[in-house]
Design a protein around this ligand. Structure first.
Ligand code: NAD
Length: 351
């Protein structure tokens, strides 16, 4: 009996290095646009998905979460952490990996890094929402919080929405300088601002992507004017928000999956029955998005499992075209399925 793993048991693994190879081959903005298409496709078939708020394990330092979903044919999950104090230790705030599996056999079909992929899918989800909610012809976006997500958000809005100017602000000027440098050859007009107030001035879209494990007030009510679209992505955990409650009370609020957003999003500050609209319904035409030019729209983004599933589906499609996977001997698969014990014993001969 062969001790070599059978091909079924080999799981394609997309490493960080190979993910970067894929991103650079396709182009960052193009890949975000491609993932946005799959996210939109999957939002359109929302009722097909198993949905559950993600499963968190909170600590004083941060949170570790599992995000599972299935469309009945394929199952997926992401492991992701959020540790705002990590940056000071020289670590990422958010790191992730994820898996897709066949529902009929339960066998994994791909394991992938998802730290880079999460930044791409978050930017992709932001632009899918903004397509339906942002004022038409928006050209300027404020970006408050210039950490890991910032440049991906900027490129996504340039590519999909036609934004030509980003106004950046971060409490840490080094973060803004990094973003200015990284965005210098993108064709975007990049302005470094010395306050959040300066950054939002004249912007039709405001993206908040700060990281702080507390009820923070990145935007106060006076900073938001008629007609603006707010893409709030940094408030994504119980006790971790970015917007003053009064802004929420003046906005039409759009969310991914209400049972999760009520726990984690900006709307944790509101009554549990405060009306919100599910983004998928806007995409299918079952609910209205932006209806007038003076309306303040708020996408209260927390990141939902189907978006990671869509991003993984996109990468899985690319496996055939691009040589980006290594085979991982991850599933014990004895020739006689009932003889797991025998397989271990026979392995003695080679170990
Ligand atoms: P990061 O730590 O790399 O960057 C966060 C930046 O925010 C830092 O540069 C920090 O200096 C800045 N900041 C903190 N407080 C600020 C304030 N009061 N004003 C201005 N800037 C401030 O984190 P990241 O990976 O870019 O993620 C940003 C946030 O987005 C995190 O809270 C993360 O949990 C969240 N996130 C959400 C989603 C989603 O789907 N909604 C996905 C990924 C990340």
């Amino acid at each position: 009996m062969s001790l070599k793993p059978s091909p079924l048991a080999m799981v394609p693994f997309v490493s960080v290095d190979n993910m970067m190879k894929l991103v650079n081959r396709i182009g960052i903005a193009e890949m975000i646009a491609g993932i946005a298409d799959v996210i939109e496709e999957d939002f359109k078939r929302w009722p097909e998905f198993d949905k559950t708020p993600r499963v968190p394990s909170h600590s004083e330092d941060g949170v570790i979460e599992l995000m599972p979903t299935s469309d009945g044919v394929t199952y997926g999950f992401k492991y992701v952490n959020g540790h705002p104090a990590n940056m000071a230790r020289g670590y990422q705030t958010v790191t992730a990996f994820g898996l897709l599996a066949r529902v009929d056999t339960g066998y994994p079909i791909m394991l992938s890094e998802m730290t880079v992929l999460t930044a791409l899918r978050t930017a992709a989800t932001s632009v899918v929402a903004a397509k339906y909610l942002a004022p038409k012809g928006a050209k300027t976006m404020a970006l408050i919080g210039n950490g890991a997500q910032c440049e991906f958000q900027s490129l996504a809005f340039q590519k999909v929405l036609g934004i030509d100017t980003v106004q950046l602000y971060d409490i840490d000027p080094a973060a803004t300088q990094k973003a200015v440098k990284n965005l210098s050859e993108t064709g975007l007009n990049v302005m470094a601002c010395d306050s959040a107030q300066a950054a939002v001035s004249g912007a039709q879209i405001i993206t908040t992507c700060t990281a702080d494990k507390q009820y923070a007030t990145i935007l106060t009510d006076n900073m938001v004017g008629a007609g603006q679209h707010i893409n709030a992505i940094g408030g994504d955990c119980p006790g971790k928000t970015e917007l003053h409650k009064d802004i929420l009370l003046r906005s039409d609020i759009f969310v991914e999956y209400p049972p999760q957003t009520r726990i984690e999003g900006e709307i944790q500050q509101l009554d549990p029955d405060h009306p919100v609209t599910e983004l998928w319904k806007v995409i299918t035409g079952d609910a209205q998005g932006r209806t007038d030019a003076r309306q303040i729209t708020l996408f209260d983004s927390v990141g939902f499992a189907t978006e990671d599933f869509s991003a993984l589906r996109y990468v899985h499609r690319m496996l055939a075209e691009h040589n980006i996977a290594q085979d991982l001997d991850m599933i014990a698969d004895p020739d006689d399925p009932r003889d797991l014990f025998g397989m271990v014993q026979r392995a003695k001969e080679t170990h």
